[in-house]
Design a protein around this ligand. Structure first.
Ligand code: FPP
Length: 243
């Protein structure tokens, strides 16, 4: 297989197969309303449901959400605790409905470092939904792209892989996203133009879209706009297209 083997072409509808979202701007959304930052994160969680539903309607098959980065441990302890609590609460409250709606939940990131009770909840959510196939909701939690690459290298060494046998395709299979195709489109809300250590290996050929809209305000119309812009892009994967 060649270096683009993880690149799945578009869905039948022309929508990207795999979309990654950097859900930025929760803090500023809250601040503008005179609310605590955690209220912004709660609004961010509430927004996930409508974007997930809209993604299904557009025919997107994999949605990866950047929910907590390895760098986010550096936030004030109260905010870190709040984000952990939010994930636990969300799993408790939403798991049944997500399962009924055919959502397969995945986790990308390190479980180590997360409190053991939350780890169990995450494992439970993955197990319960593992056979669902309407859409994959891949939650990047305690995720860092560089940490992911280091973890892959550690496993490759531990498995005794011969350096000459290491290909891009084999390497990809050691990443947290091992059996998922690479993202076609990365969306970042909140106005920044950075990947912030998100899917840095997998996004090598992804289209990038950023909007100043804060994540809690990123609604169905905003997603539609991003998809229209994606559809207008010509993806060459480094090649020159002949007409
Ligand atoms: C960035 O906003 C967002 C995050 C740190 C993570 C996104 C988190 C959620 C949507 C909620 C958590 C989700 C789950 C499933 C637990 P920011 O705080 O950096 O915003 P700012 O740039 O305006 O300060």
């Amino acid at each position: 297989m060649d270096s683009q083997s993880n690149q799945k072409d578009e869905t039948a509808s022309g929508a990207p197969y795999h979309v990654g979202i950097i859900m930025d701007g929760n803090g500023r959304w809250a601040q503008r309303r005179g609310l605590p930052r955690l209220a912004g994160h709660q609004a961010g969680v509430d927004n996930i449901r409508r974007i997930l539903e809209s993604s299904v309607e557009h025919g997107i098959k994999v949605l990866t959400l950047y929910a907590f980065s390895t760098e986010n441990w550096g936030r004030p302890p109260e905010e870190v605790r709040g984000l952990m609590r939010l994930l636990g609460l969300t799993i408790r409250r939403q798991l049944n409905e997500l399962d009924r709606n055919g959502v397969q939940i995945r986790h990308s990131g390190r479980l180590a470092g997360i409190n053991p009770e939350l780890q169990d909840q995450i494992r439970h959510a993955l197990e319960v939904t593992q056979h669902n196939d309407r859409i994959i909701l891949n939650v990047a939690f305690n995720y860092g792209g560089r940490a992911e690459i280091l973890d892959a290298v550690r496993h490759i060494i531990a498995d005794g892989i011969n350096p000459d046998d290491l290909t891009e395709d084999l390497f990809s299979r050691y990443l947290y996203t091992c059996d998922l195709p690479d993202p076609d489109l990365i969306i970042r809300t909140g106005g920044e133009w950075r990947l912030s250590n998100f899917l840095i290996w997998q996004a090598a050929y992804a289209e990038y879209y950023t909007t100043p809209t804060f994540w809690p305000d990123f609604d169905e119309a905003e997603l539609h706009k991003a998809l229209v812009e994606y559809a207008a892009r010509e993806r060459r994967f480094g090649r020159v297209l002949q007409s």
